[in-house]
Structure formats: structure tokens, C-alpha cells
Ligand binder design. Structure first.
Ligand code: G6P
Length: 354
């Protein structure tokens, strides 16, 4: 219990360690005066071809987010579930950069994908939390996310640190990091702290602990966080949860929406908020309760039953903040249900079989 520093669970402790984790990830890597990102680890890389991401689970959601940030800076990207990646079918050339996102650096599916990529002549970069891990050793380059050890099986602070590290990689690889982006990166730790100090996630969890299922929707940069919100809910509550790019709701999942299925909608500036509001209206017409996770409560508050507010940030970084609210909701639902939060049934922290 001493190791939990007074928290009931490692997961809660690690959620609360996120400001520090992000600060460590940023330390010495952002030069606001010079207006650039100093990431030695990728300085030698000038990707001429496609950047491919390979990852599993939560890390795959971070990879999807990172791929978007690069794409918005003019780089061609692809993201793959590592278990679905086959280097000869993709295809890979010596101009391809393959980024393995893996907090443990030991996930078998990700390792196989990285080995194949190396074998096919790609340049490889490991984005990992674990110094000296298999991924760190296998890859040509390594960038540490510096989150500190994570004990809870459900990834929390490592996801936040992956998002921030990928934002750094995107800025460093392209040289495209505006003063507003750099300032927003610096402000992130304090903003996460503000959420931790003021979140109403516990009330929301109390209100919806008996729901049949939970849906999570978001667009653009917020879509990977919708996927992650649902994965976290499944992992630690054992309840049915699904995450979608908001526009997909009407192409099938809407059939499952009822008054017993709360919908968590990420409605942040820069994630096509007006369009997602259209989806919110569709679920409300089916009587689903709506929880808006938003930095624009004045715009969206009247469409939601509850609001979980996040501070304003750069639109590409708001998803980092929105995710913290969703982590807290899952934590409190699992807590109310008396689940084994730090060691959910059937799951392992690191999966070393394919
Ligand atoms: C396991 C864990 C997940 C994690 C995934 C990938 O399934 O339970 O939380 O996201 O592995 O782990 P990695 O270490 O590669 O990030």
C-alpha cells in the first residue's frame, strides 16, 4: 500500500501522476524562445517516404493520434494494428519510417512488426517508456516517453505521455511547431492538474453506473480518444463500451442507442464540434443521455445532460485533456462496481505472445 502513496489503486495514482509525467516528457525538449522542438532522438531522421505506425491496444490509439498530427504537417502516414501488419504486403521501402508505439517495449505483435519492417529495409523508431526494452534494442532510433513506471494494467499516464511525445515527434520531424503549439505543450501539465482538481467525473459515474452500455464519439483529432475512452471502460468495468468516429454512428451503431446507453461526446474546438453536435442530436432523439467533454461549454452545454469541462488549448492538444476526464469516469464506474481495477480479469500489462 505504501507504493500507492495513499491512493486506493495504482490506476488512480497514475492518473494523478500525469502532470508530472507530461512535464518529464517535455523537459529539455521544447525551446519556446527559439521556437522549435529539440528532440535529439529524431534529429537524424528526415522521412522521405511514408511514416507507418505499428502498435496494439491503447498504444494503437496514441499511434492513430500521432499519425494525424504528422499528416496535418504534410507527411504521408499509415497506422496499423501491429497484429495486422505485414511488411511485404504494405509495402515498405528504404524510405519508409516505421514507428513502433509500445509503452512496455515488449509486446510480441509490435516486436514482430518492427522486426519485419527492419528486415524489409525500413528505418525504425521505438516510442517507448522502457529503457533497454526489446523495442528500444530492435529499432534504429528510440524516443523515450519518460512517464515513469506504470503498474496498473490499464494504461493511463503512458497514454498521455505517448500523445505528448508524438506531438513532439510530429513537430520535430517536420519543423512545423507554431508558437501557439509550443505554448500549449508547456501549459498541458497545469491544465491536466486543473482537471484532476475539479473533475465532476465521479458524479457522472454515479449517475450512469447501471447503464447497459457506453458509447464514445469524437471526430478528427478527438476520434482516437473516443476509441481509448471505450477501451478503458471495457478493461476495468467489464461493461459493454464502444468508441466511434462520430460520423460512423449513423452507419450502424445508432441501432444500439437507447435511453440506457449514455453517449460521451468529445466536443472540442478544432474537432469539427458543429458536426459532432449533429450526431449528439441524433442520439438525443433516441433518448440517450449525453455527456459532453468540451472546452466550449457555452456552445454545447444546452445539448448535453452533463458537461465535463477541459481548459482551452491548441486544438491538436485538447484531446490529451479530454482523455483525462474519460479516464476518471471509467475509474469511478469500476470503483462503484467493486472491480479489480489494477488487475482486470483476463488482461496482462504486457502481452508477450502473438
Ligand atoms: C496489453 C495491455 C494494454 C496495452 C497493450 C499494448 O494488452 O493490457 O493496456 O495497451 O498491451 O502494450 P504496449 O506495452 O505495447 O504499449
Amino acid at each position: 500500500d505504501a507504493a500507492k502513496s495513499g491512493y486506493d489503486h495504482y490506476m488512480k495514482k497514475e492518473i494523478h501522476e500525469q502532470p508530472r509525467a507530461i512535464r518529464q516528457c517535455l523537459r529539455g525538449r521544447v525551446d519556446e524562445l527559439e521556437g522549435h522542438i529539440a528532440l535529439e532522438e529524431v534529429a537524424a531522421l528526415e522521412p522521405e517516404g511514408t511514416v507507418q505506425f505499428v502498435a496494439c491496444g491503447t498504444s494503437y490509439h496514441a499511434a492513430r493520434y500521432g499519425a494525424r498530427l504528422l499528416r496535418q504537417r504534410g507527411v504521408q502516414t499509415q497506422s496499423f494494428l501491429a497484429s495486422e501488419y505485414t511488411a511485404d504486403a504494405v509495402p515498405v521501402s528504404d524510405e519508409t519510417l516505421v514507428v513502433g508505439v509500445t509503452q512496455s517495449g515488449e509486446t510480441a505483435d509490435t516486436m514482430r512488426a518492427l522486426r519485419e519492417a527492419n528486415g524489409a529495409g525500413a528505418t525504425t523508431l521505438a516510442l517507448t517508456n522502457t529503457v533497454g526494452s526489446s523495442a528500444a534494442r530492435e529499432c534504429d532510433h528510440v524516443c523515450y516517453i519518460r512517464a515513469g513506471p506504470e503498474i496498473g494494467v490499464a494504461a493511463t499516464k503512458t497514454f498521455a505521455s505517448q500523445q505528448v511525445a508524438l506531438a513532439l515527434v510530429a513537430g520535430a520531424l517536420t519543423g512545423d511547431a507554431s508558437p501557439a503549439f509550443l505554448k500549449a505543450l508547456r501549459e498541458l501539465p497545469d491544465q491536466v492538474q486543473t482537471i484532476l482538481d475539479s473533475s465532476r467525473a465521479r458524479e457522472i459515474a454515479d449517475a450512469y453506473v447501471d447503464a447497459d452500455a457506453y458509447f464514445f464519439i469524437g471526430r478528427g483529432d478527438a476520434a482516437p480518444v473516443a476509441l481509448e475512452g471505450a477501451l478503458k471502460m471495457k478493461e476495468i468495468t467489464y461493461k459493454h463500451a464502444e468508441g466511434f468516429a462520430a460520423g460512423e454512428l449513423k452507419h450502424g451503431p445508432l441501432a444500439l442507442v437507447s435511453g440506457e446507453t449514455p453517449v460521451f461526446a468529445i466536443l472540442t474546438e478544432g474537432s469539427k464540434l458543429e458536426k459532432t453536435l449533429g450526431n449528439v442530436k441524433e442520439v438525443e432523439a433516441r433518448e440517450a443521455p449525453v455527456v459532453a467533454v468540451t472546452d466550449a461549454p457555452e456552445k454545447v452545454g444546452r445539448y448535453a445532460d452533463h458537461v465535463l469541462e477541459v481548459p482551452s488549448s491548441h486544438p491538436q492538444l485538447t484531446p490529451v485533456l479530454a482523455n483525462v476526464q474519460l479516464q476518471l469516469v471509467s475509474y469511478w464506474v469500476a470503483n462503484r462496481l467493486g472491480r479489480s481495477i489494477d488487475k482486470p480479469r483476463n488482461l496482462a500489462k504486457s502481452v508477450t505472445v502473438e
